[in-house]
Write a protein that binds this ligand. Sequence first.
Ligand code: ZN
Length: 233
Amino acid sequence: MKRLFLILMMGILCIVPCHAESPEERETAVKGYVALTFDDGPSGTLTEKLLDGLKKRNARATFFLCGYRIEEYPEVMDRYLREGHEVGVHSTVHTNLTKLSPEEVHRDMKETAQRIFITTGRRPTLMRPPGGAYDPQVLSEAKAEGMGVILWSVDPEDWRKRNASAVLSAMAGAVTHGDIVLMHDLGESSVEAAFIFIDSLQAQGYQFVTVSELSVLCGMEIHPGRVYNDFRN
Ligand code: ZN
C-alpha cells in the first residue's frame, strides 16, 4: 500500500510543472528560426568541413544536390541525414530546366531523386531548380515527384563574391524568422561566412533548422509542385 502511494505521488510530481524559468533561460529564448541552404554539392572535403562546423554548432541545413556528384562522395551522403540535415534535388547536371523538353525535365529530376534515394534510403520531398528557373513543366514534374519547389528570400551571392566578409555584409541585418538563405558549399569563403553568420545569429537567439522543419515551425505546409521563397509569418 505504501509502495502504491509512492508510485502515485511520483506520477503526480511528474505531471505538475515544478520548474520556473530562470532569467538565463529567458535570455536564451528562441527569437526565430532560419533555414540555411547549400546548392551544387556534394563537394568532398569542403562539404565535410561544413558538416563538421554545423555539427559543432548544433545547426542543421538543407542541401540541394547535383545528381552527377552524388556517387563521387558516398561518405558525405552518409552524413547528411545521420546528422539531421535535409537533402533535396537541384538537378542532375546543373542545367536550366526551363530550356529542356518535358521528357528531359522528367529524366533530370527523376535521376537525381533516385540517386538520393539509393544513397540515403529516403525520397526527397524538396527540389530547387538551378538559377531558380522554373516554368509550368518544372512545377508539374516536381508535383509528380512529390516535391515542393524551394527558392530563397536572402541571396548573399556567395558564389560570385568569393569573399567571406563581403558575403557576411550582404547577410547582415537581412535575415529574420522564416527566411531561407541561399548559399553554396563550393568555396572556402562560403563555409567561413556560414560559420560566422551562424555564431552571430545564434548569439541573438536564432536557431538553424532544415527547410521542412522551418515550414512546420512557421505553421506552413509544403505542397508538391508549389513554390516557396520563405516561411515568414
Ligand atoms: Zn546551382
